[in-house]
Write a protein that binds this ligand. Sequence first.
Ligand code: NDP
Length: 255
Amino acid sequence: MGALTGRTALVTGGSRGIGRAIAERLAADGATVAVHYGRSAAAADEVVEGIRAKGGTAFTVHAELGAEGDVATLWESFDRQVLEHATSTGLDILVNNAGVTPRGEIDETTAEAFEEAVAVNMRAPFFLTQQALKRLRDGGRIVNVSSGATRIALTDIIAYAMTKGAIDAFSLTLAKALGPRGITVNSVAPGIIDTDINASWLRGNEAAERSAAELSALGRVGRPEDVADVVAFLASDDARWVTGQVLDATGGSQL
Ligand code: NDP
């Protein structure tokens, strides 16, 4: 029996990067995992196949966040499939992880890039969670993936940082609203993690990798699993007395 046996989790953006590691870790802990994806259907299938190969339970859920009807599409797909994989309907763990990172200083940020970041990073988690509340069982968990950029001023991702600041306010406020139901709500704030989001400037660029590693007190760039393990803690019974918090998972960046 794993720590999450009998629980059902939904991980948005579970097809790649940090979300993929979270989906794999929650499944390894025994949860039935709904692996949400937007464009990467093949990658999401691969995550599910990998989980099943290790004896876990998972299924894919598709919705392009930010598109018309995104939240309804996602929940319709979840509701349609959940009973094929879990013993009851409903949800225990919601991880709002999917996100985009528009790059640019304030004078370089277009309205389109800004609006996409708001739609995917802010609006989607809000309304997805709103619709999750009727499915989420008492004692459940909500984990929102934020960013170290809410603590460390990084001028070239200013619009992104704003959306993640909003997520932290969301976690704080929702934690109070859902406390009476025993549901905890927390943010996890990663630092620089080696995923596709950073591929264009990080991968294969030794100088960039070195300076990214030097940001962390621990002297390396983060891995998706570094964040997934923190999310798994928050999703577990061990974190029952932690709510409304931002857990820094930046490897001690810019201390
Ligand atoms: P990746 O680019 O590796 O993966 C992003 C994931 O989000 C994919 O699964 C993607 O799904 C999904 N996604 C993005 N946009 C949409 C959309 N419009 N609709 C549906 N799904 C979407 O990113 P990371 O794993 O690095 O990032 C995950 C989270 O962690 C994000 O919230 C990010 O802001 C945060 N974060 C990341 C850091 C890092 O350094 N990597 C640092 C701090 C925070 P698909 O491909 O199927 O469309």
